[in-house]
Design a protein. Structure first.
Length: 282
């Protein structure tokens, strides 16, 4: 199956715990609702993009366990090429996500098989064959390799990969056409506030920096423009996967040659739909 976009990164089984409020140290809190759902940034992005009609591929690692089988079963029903969805003799990655009544989250992640993601020859050939690659939270060594082989690149580093800083990620950033961050990740990555940090990233070679601002929408920075985009004000049920849905919506319109305004509008709509659901994909 030839694909238009490859998504690379984590794939987890998410355990989503709806709670009245976050637990304090040495205390206890009851859980109102528990939901299990496939997740992880690469999988969330791939599913959202595929549901928009884009032929999407996925490079990720699963464990040889029941959770891995459940994820394979779920993804098998989507328009996603899973030929590089490799099963290892390990546990599938897991994320334990507490969501309070305002939709805010606290996450504990177990990497499992995700920690063993490295690019094999077949992965490299797959990346070279695709016109566009989306990279999510992986180890920086893997990010370096992906940037080396990708023809065009969008990048959602998340908080963990952002914590390595600009210097460690220079060779990835200079290859990045679309960089997706939230407001906190801009500071984690650059040590600066949104405007100053985005300008620094543009100077490092990023073509477009897109920063999500929660209830305030998003803002795009490029060398010749600053473009804010508002969004609807809602009470979020769960923000899990909203950033991945936003990135998928933006990339979908971007690859169709739409203007930045249309890309931001559709990206916000995609994230908005995700906020009304418990879990990243349903």
């Amino acid at each position: 199956m030839s694909v238009e976009v490859i998504s690379i990164g984590t794939c987890n089984m998410d355990f989503i715990l709806k709670v009245p409020r976050f637990v304090e140290i040495d205390s206890e809190m009851y859980i109102e609702t528990i939901k299990t759902s496939p997740g992880g940034s690469a999988l969330n992005f791939a599913v959202n993009l595929a549901r928009n009609g884009t032929k999407t591929g996925l490079i990720a690692r699963l464990g040889n366990d029941d959770y891995g089988k459940m994820i394979l079963s779920k993804v098998g029903g989507e328009n996603i090429d899973i030929s590089r969805f490799v099963t290892l003799n390990d546990q599938t990655g897991m994320a334990f996500i507490s969501v309070d009544k305002g939709g805010k989250r606290s996450i504990y992640s177990f990497m499992g098989a995700n920690a063993k993601l490295s690019l094999l020859k077949k992965d490299i050939d797959y990346i070279k064959s695709s016109p566009f690659t989306h990279l999510t939270g992986v180890y920086w060594e893997v990010a370096w390799d992906v940037a080396r082989y990708a023809k065009k690149l969008s990048f959602s580093p998340g908080p963990l990969l952002s914590s390595f800083g600009v210097d460690k990620l220079k060779r990835v950033l200079k290859k990045t056409e679309l960089l997706f961050l939230n407001d906190k990740e801009v500071n984690i990555l650059t040590g600066e506030q949104i405007q100053e940090g985005s300008q620094l990233l543009l100077e490092e070679g990023v073509t477009n920096v897109i920063v999500t601002l929660g209830k305030e929408g998003a803002i795009l920075y490029s060398q010749d423009k600053t473009l804010p985009a508002g969004t609807k004000k809602i009470k979020a049920l769960d923000s899990t996967g909203a950033g991945d849905a936003f990135a998928a919506g933006f990339v979908f319109k971007w690859l169709k040659g739409e203007k930045e305004e249309k890309c931001l509008e559709f990206a916000n709509q995609s994230a908005f739909r995700c906020l009304n659901l418990l879990g990243a994909i349903n």
